[in-house]
Design a protein around this ligand. Structure first.
Ligand code: FES
Length: 111
């Protein structure tokens, strides 16, 4: 597991969401009344960006698919697919993405 700094926790205030772009990933972090949730900001329909409505939903700006903000489950559109959850952690005043290390497809070739 590798921690990658996204920013300061205070950047995601209650009732708002913010998209961070790190290492080629868009990660939306939403603050649901003090509880942080995070997803890859990549709509499963065609890759559009979603926005948090400040309450219970995330909505894609391209064709209007909707997702539960708390779980990423599909509400409408995007062929029933859900958002991909991302792991974020708070450490002090900082917000990190906890990235699982991906094994190289060639890792076993040289052992
Ligand atoms: S890309 Fe999100 S609904 Fe089409």
């Amino acid at each position: 597991m590798v921690r990658i700094l996204l920013g300061k926790v205070e950047e995601v205030t209650p009732g708002h969401g913010k998209t961070f772009i790190v290492q080629g990933k868009r990660i939306i972090v939403a603050n649901m009344k003090g509880t942080l949730v995070a997803y890859e900001n990549f709509c499963p329909h065609m890759g559009g960006m979603v926005r948090y409505d400040g309450e219970k939903k995330m909505t894609c700006g391209w064709h209007g698919a909707q997702f539960q903000a708390a779980t990423g489950e599909n509400i409408a559109g995007a062929d029933g697919q859900k958002l991909k959850p991302m792991t974020v952690v708070v450490d002090g005043e900082n917000l990190y993405w906890e990235k699982s290390e991906e094994k190289s497809p060639w890792a076993d070739d040289f052992s």
